[in-house]
Design a protein around this ligand. Structure first.
Ligand code: 5AD
Ligand code: SF4
Length: 482
């Protein structure tokens, strides 16, 4: 039992702000659950908090810089607190913590603790050390598995988060794309054991979760052994998860083209629970740029792979990530990317200007592209993708689609859910309840969402736009930058 003065003071509150990808969302949930067992209640109001955690992203420069400006604002809050004799503890977790470690403590005196993504199970202990007056930096790669040391999420916490859930099954990356910090911040590829994944999935299902998205930086590199000791890959894991009572829908993200094996492609054809949506980043359509990026495949290999996936599941919706302005990218290289996008026809895609990251090979390559050229290329690529996204959405008008209802809509009489293709759909509340999978007829499209017949005019305020938590056009599926 914690005997610091804080626990004697009664209930404490933690405010967790999450930046970046879904894995950070998942990590924040696990940290929140672990702290809850230690007497912290989560709050959405930073001013109420006794502990503020920034769970950070290092993928691009802008994402990392945001942290320091946020810490500036928190410094003001902390001194206001100190003036009235109350304490505010501040922690930085996630990938900036991993990459910059002790530097954060030096640059931002407001910070009490810095904890990398591999060590957040040590958070309760680190807080005790902070209470004794230490400033804590924990950024080593723990020898123990953090998941083994974290308490399982309480049923109430799972239920509070709704009928869809993330489940990290794989972490880290051995691919070393020359633009990317992930191999340095998240370490080498590690798969969570089969039994741990299955236990967590069963707990999620028992608490009412209907749809699980398996997460990993290279999720399709997942490898393990099933209950009888047979080696299996992600396809085998998905097949086992599909049999968990209550779980109706499965997704996974993010995948590398080189790890899409035959079994996984086949699963898209024959596993009903596996949703027909695949996020498969290619980054560029130009072979010289793909080589410089160390992607280890050519544009034609990617297109051939998509042909095989589409042969298994003809209606699959595809999304990808693209970087424009990688060092050395010429107009012709960029045109090759546009050509690839025209060939593929994406349902969605996430586009970024190349951002040099310290310590990655790309940062010191020759031929950096001027910012205005990057901006112009980004706009052209986004316009093309937007056209494809609109065409994809419009293809559903007049057709029936299945929707997993997730939550009440913004307007009375509406609920919001998602189609198998990950598109948010506004449905009339009469269609069903949260957790139901219902079939509705799509009547029209809205920016980033579909409207089911009966959800619009009659029940909506005139001219009102439904507000849904759809990803914006430029946000990646795994590393969604806040
Ligand atoms: N600059 C721009 N975009 C990047 N990404 C990763 N690193 C960088 C970088 N240095 C993009 C890639 C990746 C997505 C999550 O973020 O497209 O797939
Ligand atoms: Fe690994 Fe993906 Fe980063 Fe490449 S882009 S190094 S595959 S995390």
């Amino acid at each position: 039992m914690d005997t610091t003065d804080e626990s004697a003071r009664g209930e404490r509150k933690v405010f967790i702000k999450t930046y970046g990808c879904q894995m950070n969302v998942y990590d924040s949930q696990r940290m929140g659950d672990a702290l809850e067992r230690d007497g912290y209640r989560q709050t959405e109001v930073i001013e109420d908090a006794d502990l503020v955690l920034l769970n950070t992203c290092h993928i691009r420069e802008k994402a990392a810089e945001k942290i320091y400006s946020e810490l500036g604002r928190i410094r003001v809050l902390k001194s206001e607190r100190a003036a009235v004799g109350r304490e505010l503890r501040v922690g930085v977790t996630g990938c900036v913590a991993q990459a910059e470690g002790a530097e954060i403590i030096e640059r931002a005196p407001v910070v009490d603790l810095v904890i990398g993504p591999q060590t957040y199970h040590r958070l309760p202990d680190a807080l005790k050390r902070v209470a004794r007056g230490e400033r804590v930096v924990e950024t080593d790669y723990a020898v123990e598995d953090k998941f083994d040391h974290l308490p399982a999420s309480a049923r109430s916490a799972i239920a509070r988060r709704g009928v869809t859930a993330f489940l990290t099954v794989q972490e880290g990356c051995d691919k070393f794309c020359t633009f990317c910090v992930v191999p340095y911040t998240r370490g080498s590829e590690v798969s969570r054991p089969y039994s741990a994944v299955m236990d967590e999935a069963r707990r999620l299902a028992e608490a009412g979760v209907r749809e699980v998205t398996l997460l990993g930086q290279n999720v399709n590199a997942w490898a393990g052994t099933d209950a009888s000791g047979r080696p299996i890959g992600l396809a085998g894991l998905l097949r086992e998860l599909a049999a968990v009572p209550g779980l109706a829908r499965l997704r996974y993200t993010t995948s590398h083209p080189r790890d899409m094996d035959d079994d996984l492609i086949a699963a898209h054809g024959d596993l009903r629970a596996l949703m027909p949506y695949l996020h498969l980043p290619v980054q560029s359509g130009s072979d010289p740029i793909l080589k410089a990026m160390n992607r280890r495949h050519k544009a034609a290999d990617y297109l051939a792979l998509l042909d095989r996936i589409r042969a298994a599941r003809p209606d699959i919706a595809l999304s990808g990530d693209f970087i424009v302005g990688f060092p050395g990218e010429t107009d012709a290289d960029f045109e090759a990317t546009l050509d690839l996008v025209r060939t593929v026809r994406y349902a969605a895609a996430y586009t970024f200007k190349y951002s040099p990251r310290p310590g990655t090979p790309g940062a010191t390559m020759d031929g950096h592209v001027p910012e205005d050229v990057k901006t112009e290329r980004l706009e052209r690529l986004q316009a093309l993708i937007r056209e494809q996204q609109v065409a994809f959405q419009e293809s559903f008008v007049g057709r029936d689609t299945e929707v997993l209802i997730e939550k009440p809509g913004r307007h009375p009489g509406q609920m919001i859910g998602r189609s198998p293709f990950l598109l948010p759909v506004v449905v009339p509340s009469s269609a069903g309840e949260v957790g139901d999978i219902v079939t509705v007829r799509i009547s029209e499209t809205r920016p980033n969402s579909l409207m089911a017949a009966g959800a619009e005019p009659a029940v909506m305020a005139a001219g009102a736009e439904p507000v849904v938590s759809a990803p914006a056009a430029s946000e990646p599926q795994l590393r969604k930058i806040a």
